[in-house]
Design a protein around this ligand. Structure first.
Ligand code: ZN
Length: 216
């Protein structure tokens, strides 16, 4: 019998290893996510690395800018879809016989005011301006977003939601001081391209677990 997971597994799936509340990346983001290594089917089994986050969204009204229930629901759906499309389904590893191990994101999202132990609290405001700065406070586990975060920033190809999620994975900005300063297309710079280096912490974790389980 495998380990329990906070998401549903198929009957032929089993969680063979995990770590909860990982301190993530070079930003050492506190309790950023849980990782679950899932095996599927009969030998030779297929493996998936699931990055799981418990999220609490809260929507901030200001003046006449009010969030309706419909808008809140749409925002959360759009956020989840956007993040999974941008960051998910990436190959982390090819096993010797060619089997691929893919990274999958799963989220448990709450929009009520109930307190629970979350990886991240996402606070979303509404603005009439074309652009408002969004940011992540990695120590406190707070992400500050707004209604413009699915629209590319002015003069750029990058959407705020996609970039800020990189910080939620503990990845630093690359447009200030970094050895990637010229790499404008990168998601942590001015673009939206997710580079191999952005997945390095998942790869390190995966390699360690594969080695422990003698999976080659
Ligand atoms: Zn940033």
């Amino acid at each position: 019998m495998g380990y329990r997971t906070p998401f549903i597994l198929m009957p032929d799936e089993e969680c063979i290893d995990y770590e909860t509340n990982v301190t993530a990346g070079e930003l050492s983001a506190n309790d950023a996510y849980d990782l679950y290594l899932i095996a599927k089917g009969k030998k030779p089994r297929n493996f998936t690395l699931v990055c799981f986050m418990n999220l609490q969204f809260s929507f901030r009204d200001s003046g006449t800018l009010i969030w309706t229930d419909e808008e809140k629901k749409n925002y959360v759906n759009k956020w989840e879809k956007t993040i999974k499309n941008a960051w998910g389904n990436r190959i982390l590893k090819h096993l010797k016989d060619g089997r691929k191990i893919v990274l999958v994101f799963k989220f448990k999202i709450d929009t009520g005011n109930t307190w629970l132990s979350n990886h991240w609290d996402l606070s979303v405001s509404k603005t009439l301006k074309p652009f408002e700065t969004s940011y992540v406070e990695v120590f406190y586990g707070n992400t500050v977003l707004d209604n413009k975060d699915f629209i590319p920033k002015p003069g750029m190809t990058q959407r705020g939601a996609v970039h800020e999620f990189g910080h939620m994975l503990g990845i630093k900005d690359e447009y200030k001081e970094s050895k990637w300063i010229k790499d404008r297309k990168s998601v942590m710079h001015h673009g939206e391209v997710i580079m191999s280096r952005h997945l390095i912490y998942f790869k390190i974790w995966l390699e360690k677990k594969l080695s422990n389980h003698r999976i080659q």
